[in-house]
Every structure is written in C-alpha cells, then in structure tokens.
Design a protein around this ligand. Sequence first.
Ligand code: KE4
Length: 426
Amino acid sequence: MTSRNQQLFELSQKVIPGGVNSPVRAFKSVGGNPIFFQRGQGAHVWDVDGKSYIDYVGSWGPLILGHAHPEVVKTVQSTAQNGLTFGAPTEAELEIAELICELLPSIEQVRLVSSGTEAGMSAIRLARGYTGRSRIIKFEGCYHGHDDALLVKAGSGALTFGNPSSAGVPEETVGHTMVLKYNDLSGLEDAFKKYGNEIAAVIVEPVAGNMNLVAPKADFLASLRTLCTQHGSVLIFDEVMTGFRVGLGCAQGLYQVKPDLTTLGKVIGGGMPMAAFGGRRDIMQCLAPIGAVYQAGTLSGNPVAVAAGLATLKQIMATGFYEQLGDKTKQLVSGISAAANKNGISFSAQSIGGMFGFYFRKEIPASFEEVMECDKDSFNRFFHLMLNEGVYLAPSAFEAGFVSSAHSDVEINQTISAAEKIFSAW
Ligand code: KE4
C-alpha cells in the first residue's frame, strides 16, 4: 500500500521543484524519499504516516528548546491576536535589539531580517560600502546562504578567485570572492600579503557546521582578527548556526574573538523566519536610512517572529541552560562513539555546545579535505538504519546535528541503544 508520505511526495514533485522548498530536505545526499512531518513536540516529530522519531535536526538549528515549546507557542498565539505585521516599528523590535546588544558586546547596533541569507548578503554589502573595497574572502566548506557573491567553490590553486558553485551566477559576480581553506593560516597570510588593503571583508563560520562540524584550530580565529585589523578589512562572523547554539555568548564568546559584524539566525527566531546582522556602530551607521548602503525587508522584525525569538532567548538565558545542553550533547556523542569503537568501526564524533558531528573516519576532521575523506556510504547506511529505529539525523553526511533542551536522558539513551544495535550488526 502506498504510504501517505509517498503520495504527498509524488504530488509535491508536480508543483514544487524536487517536491521540497529547500534542497537539503530532498534526501538526495542519503538516498530515499524525504519525510513529510505533521507534528513536533519536544524532542519528537511525527511523520504523516504516524511514525515518531527522536529529532536531531531541529529544523537545522532553530529549535534549541525542542518543538512547540509551550512558552514560545503561547507568546506567538497571543501576539498574533494583535496583528501579524505592520511594516512599521514596534516596541518588541526595540526589546530584542537591546537584548542582542546586551548578550553580544561586539554588537552595538543590529538590523533584523528574515533569513540567514539576507543577513549574510547584507553584511557583505555593508562591509563593501563601509570600506569602499570589493574583494571578499570566504572559506571552502562554509555556507553563508545563497547570495550570488557567496555561492562560490574554491578555484584551483590556493590564491585563485572562486568560480560559481551554482548555475545562474555570472562569473563577474564571484570575481571578487576568494575561497581559502578553513583552518589554513598560511593561505590566509598569503592572501592578505597579496591583497590586504583590497579586502573589504572576511566572512567565516567561527565553528563550521555546513561541511559537517569542523572546529576552528587554536589560533585560526585570532589570526583572522589580527589580519583584518592590520589591513582595515571587516571581520564577519557568520553565527547563523552557532549563534546561541554553542553558548550564550555565541562562538565569539566561546573563543573570545570579537568580530566587526555578526550574522545571526535560526535560534533567534525560535522557529519563525527571523535573522539579524549587527556589529560596530560606525559600520552599522552606513546603513539606510542614515547611510548610503541600502538594505530593506517587508517583514523584517515582524511582531510574531520577534515574539518567538524573545520567548526563546528568555528561556536560554536561564542559569545552567548551556551546561545541561552541552553535557547532554557530549553524552550522546560519547555513547555513539563508544558503540562504534567497541565494534571496530572507523568512527569519530565531537560536540560543541548543543551541536555535534559524526564522522565515519578514525580521526575528527579539521578541514574540508579531511571531511571529504569520511566514508559517506557508511554515513548514509547509518542514517537509514537509525531512521528505521526512530532516530532522525540530518539527511546528509555534511551537516551538523543538534540537541535541544527537550532531549532528556531517555531520548539520549534510546539513541545510543539504537546505535549499539546497528553497530553490533554492522
Ligand atoms: P537561511 O537563509 O537558510 O535562513 O540561512 C542561511 C545560512 C547562513 N549561514 C549559515 C552558517 C547557515 O548554516 C545557513 C543555513 N543552514 C542550512 C543548513 N546547514 C539551512 C538548511 C537549508 O538550507 O534548508
């Protein structure tokens, strides 16, 4: 009998490209058909055929409190009663802007937008407008949304400029974008030696989460800071994923490196479409309506998304929130690693705050090349076997995973048991 999931996927493909509204949802990387969900509660989601899963995707990061947290839902419902959007300033936008500036000392002013892509795109334009320069540096394996200038894959050789990683992006659009190797200090120093005072900005995921999880090497971020300061380039931390995920001070607090601009998203919207970019006042003052750099958005700072974000931020500010989240995530990765290693499987894992990475590779990867050495087929097999056991991991070997405060020891231990069962029969 055709499942409801199969029916919906067949119908969706007729009217939505690939049947999905974002490519990574299509299961192309892991094989099989995407799962259509109908309900989420806490650490669990239910598909349209009624099967439940422990969820470690959390909508790719926003759901740090789990699905349908009562405080978030209540606030969204009550806010919506008073109108969904005004296209005009509201007091709640002031409240969340003040809270973000209080939590992140590097942010003196902030502008709300509706997606991480908008935040990244706007931060790049702002850095170019502020410096009057065009060249930007990004890193291979890092993703900052689908803005043309950032859809770039590494060109051949170390210092060549990137070429488009997507159709529809003209060569000239990416001509100013240089793609370097993440965690490669010598490449970075060479780039600044050659182009230093032409570089408008460096944009980096301070903890990379879009090539699976790759942590910054000891002095990588600090070197970025020093070089940007020396050459008058704007250092942009893309904290759309790490923001309030790895700690209340975000990655910049964890590693004690102060960027000039930060992009945020995911957690700050609590599951609603909201992102932000902010930083040094002198740079932010270049933004319209007071500055010459244009940026705008119909639903930027809309009351319902801001309400969800505020409700979420208030919850994560609770004493001990990140200690508990970090401990649970560590418990998950060490339990699964132990299960793999007990069965002689080449596997490693790590976690930072509430995000984690699994690798079918003996050592934890520290670069894009090392991530590419991971056994993707083994990951895909593990993914589907875990799915059968009712555990929903990110449907790609190149994505990070996420634990929420709603995951209890019950879910963590059930997940480890599922992995033990799978690895013992591997
Ligand atoms: P959005 O435009 O998808 O809100 O944010 C783009 C973005 C920017 N920066 C970082 C560090 C990000 O991780 C993202 C989006 N992350 C992906 C998952 N790795 C979102 C999932 C998807 O594309 O469907």
